[in-house]
Design a binder for this molecule. Structure first.
Ligand SMILES: [Zn+2]
Length: 334
């Protein structure tokens, strides 16, 4: 049995107020990668610690990583911090790995479940998933500011719910430990039972216990679950979406939302289907490509089938999977 997870997870209202003291626990200076829109706010939170704030709104590519690594080395910075969306956090983690420095991640939205993982996705210049880096360390700390997350657009919460619902469904055949099994199920049940109330909290930007629970489910439990079981068909599909021009504009969690329905069609479990479909209805999550505003033709569906069958994560799917079965399931989502 091998159990892995991010060692420290701090979730609370205004958690970013703790940023400076958390940096100082790990070193005397930091490189803070962040989405430009947080630049002013974050600078106000740092008083005594020397930091180099670097706005990062581009794709995480190997070229971008090389440039950032030079900056950190030139300035002899000791901690890498990422504040923002998934690409900023992935970049911070990959940079920390490259330079063997501790990393703090602070997600600005709950749109996906990878913040605490020891994974970093590298994209090509044109935005396709190029490589998944398996890092030797998790971020040292995940700082989850509920105030920041509550102010994120509700569609980001919906994307995160989809990403986290997939962890239990993808990992059902691969429980390596009791803790993975218990946490995966707790994540799923929390979202099934509380995501409606949490979504309304999001819409009204009003704190609510269910919102806190769902954030923990998305950002901590789901990641623990997928890292200690595995991702399979849903994520094989979602990563393949990035190579189809018509699907490229979808956020990761939105892709997972559609991919999960294709996966559920194949496993044909009526209770799981009902539970997931109920949440999609309550949160107005698209249940077809058309509802998501996407026009997918036969050629693109064939291409998606081919890419998915050949994606390494499909090997983790335990059911019967061949091109014609998968194509039909994709087609049923038109
Ligand atoms: Zn995901």
């Amino acid at each position: 049995m091998y159990i892995q997870s991010c060692p420290y997870y701090l979730q609370k209202v205004n958690a970013l107020d703790e940023l400076e003291s958390e940096i100082l626990k790990l070193g005397g200076s930091a490189c803070v990668l962040l989405n430009t829109r947080f630049l002013v706010e974050v600078k106000l939170l740092i008083n005594d610690c020397p930091v180099e704030c670097i706005p990062f709104d581009e794709e995480i590519t190997l070229a971008a990583l090389n440039t950032l690594a030079s900056t950190v080395l030139e300035n002899e910075l000791e901690v890498i911090v990422g504040i923002g969306g998934g690409k900023v956090l992935d970049c911070a983690k990959a940079l920390a790995e490259r330079l063997k420095l501790p990393c703090i991640v602070a997600p600005s939205s709950p749109s996906m479940d990878g913040a605490t993982s020891a994974l970093s996705i590298i994209y090509s210049e044109s935005g396709e998933v190029e490589k998944i880096l398996h890092l030797s360390n998790h971020p040292r700390l995940c700082l989850v500011d509920e105030t920041l997350l509550l102010n994120a657009p509700p569609k980001l919460f919906k994307a995160g719910v989809c990403d986290a619902l997939s962890s239990y469904i993808e990992g059902r055949d691969a429980y390596s430990s009791i803790s993975a099994q218990v946490i995966a199920k707790a994540c799923f049940d929390t979202l099934i039972n509380e995501s409606e109330a949490a979504y309304h909290a999001c819409l009204n930007q009003t704190p609510h216990e269910s919102f806190s629970h769902c954030i923990e489910a998305i950002l901590y439990m789901s990641c623990f679950a997928f890292e200690n079981t595995h991702e399979s068909l849903t994520h094989a599909l979602a990563h393949s979406f990035t190579q189809i021009p018509a699907l490229k504009s979808l956020m990761h969690g939105e892709s997972v939302g559609l991919a999960l329905l294709i996966h559920l069609n194949l496993i044909n479990d009526s209770i799981l289907n009902q539970q997931v479909n109920r949440i999609y209805k309550l949160l107005s999550i698209p249940k077809s490509f058309t509802e998501a505003g996407i026009d997918l033709d036969n050629e693109q569906m064939k291409q998606l089938t081919h890419l998915t069958i050949n994606n390494e994560l499909s090997a983790n799917y335990k059911g019967e999977l061949d091109a014609s079965i998968l194509y039909k399931s994709i087609q049923s989502l038109i």
